[in-house]
Design a protein around this ligand. Structure first.
Ligand SMILES: NC(=O)c1ccc[n+]([C@@H]2O[C@H](COP(=O)([O-])OP(=O)(O)OC[C@H]3O[C@@H](n4cnc5c(N)ncnc54)[C@H](OP(=O)(O)O)[C@@H]3O)[C@@H](O)[C@H]2O)c1
Length: 332
């Protein structure tokens, strides 16, 4: 099979297409014939090996061993291990795994869900990482309740375009979407009540206060984020907010946790970090929203498997509306 392999840290061009043996699923795994894969900043970080902290995590390269990159996946189940239940050969699924930039990949069923009716593979392939992040940030970490107000910083990107839609679907009373110049119409079409341009408008200078702030593409002083919070509100620190080469902004997130302690008991303001995961139950919740027409997976552009380096470069240029999908197999 064809796969995009990674052998040394570096720019996107270090990724190359190679011929590999088709993987064999273990007893608790599913073999997927990949139709499409999603691209997110995590793939760029893993390829570059930046921040250096990443080289201590499971995403690292191991000495002498090539890795297939790609996490988001959508495709058709080719085979299932003996212990797998709930998924059968021929089923169409989406979710996350390790190595989706390939014609076949093994995945664990607890990170998969069935494709909602009517959804094509390219759109399904952008859901898992960004959609689960948005859902967990709002519902679990942010504890969003119906009628509350939400500020989404980075609303036109991968996580943000899901977050605006999911916030409205969870019953948010008001969503302010902060995006790049020229993206306002896009985020309003996703359901935002108002759109602000991050090059012109500063939420901290306005009177509106928010119950939940999603800091997806930070770059803002933490004190300003604290100022826009309503009493009892939560800043969910999703993105690192800097390109720090060593810690990738983890230090900023730790400073946020410290700031929480200064809120006082009577007017508490919380900063919380998020480490999202992809779970079948959350994927099913997102699939239900898609099937009900309340969530549209935002595909900005499609690239082929051989063009993964160009896709990563395009992601880094910015200005996308949603996510990039890699089309691995054209639909019949
Ligand atoms: N905590 C977790 O579990 C988790 C999970 C997934 C992702 N993440 C992280 O979350 C971050 C965002 O991921 P993503 O997939 O959404 O990336 P993305 O698709 O690149 O989107 C980032 C968005 O932020 C916008 N932006 C840039 N500067 C901004 C500013 N000063 N104010 C407001 N918006 C600004 C960008 O707009 P322009 O392109 O127009 O400049 C872009 O639309 C990344 O750091 C990623 O690693 C964390």
């Amino acid at each position: 099979m064809k796969a995009v392999v990674h052998e040394v840290y570096g720019p996107p061009e270090v990724l190359r297409v190679a011929e590999l043996d088709r993987p064999v699923p273990g007893p608790d795994e599913v073999l997927i014939q990949v139709h499409a894969a999603g691209v997110d900043p995590g793939v760029w970080h893993a390829t570059a090996g930046l921040p250096y902290l990443l080289r201590l995590t499971p995403f690292r390269l191991r000495r002498g061993a090539a890795r297939v990159r790609g996490m988001d996946v959508a495709g058709r189940v080719e085979a299932v291990g003996a212990q797998v239940t709930g998924v059968s050969p021929g089923d169409t699924v989406f979710g996350s795994c390790d190595g989706s930039f390939a014609e076949y990949v093994c995945a664990r069923p607890e990170r998969l869900a069935h494709l909602p009716a009517g959804l094509d593979f390219a759109h399904a392939a952008v859901v898992a990482v960004s959609g689960c992040t948005a859902l967990q940030a709002l519902r679990d970490t942010g504890r969003l309740r119906a009628g509350q107000s939400v500020l989404v910083l980075g609303a036109a990107g991968g996580v943000g375009a899901f977050a605006v839609q999911v916030a409205k679907a969870l019953g948010a009373g008001w969503v302010t979407a902060v995006c790049g110049p020229g993206q306002e119409a896009f985020v309003r079409a996703l359901g935002a009540d108002e759109a602000l341009d991050y090059t012109r408008d500063e939420p901290a200078d306005r009177d509106r206060r928010y119950d939940v702030v999603l800091d997806i593409a930070g770059h803002r002083p933490l004190t300003g984020l604290r100022r826009v919070l309503a009493p009892g509100g939560t800043v969910v620190m999703v993105g690192a907010g800097t390109d720090g080469r060593w810690l990738g902004g983890l230090d900023r997130q730790l400073r946020g946790l410290l700031l929480s302690l200064l809120g006082g008991r009577r007017r508490p303001k919380r900063f919380r970090m998020l480490f999202s995961t992809q779970r079948a139950a959350d994927l099913r919740q997102l699939a239900d929203l898609i099937a009900a027409g309340r969530l549209t997976p935002p595909v900005a552009r499609c690239f082929s498997l051989t063009a993964v380096p160009q896709a990563l470069r395009r992601l880094r240029e910015g200005g996308l509306q949603g996510k990039i999908a890699i089309v691995v197999r054209e639909e019949a």
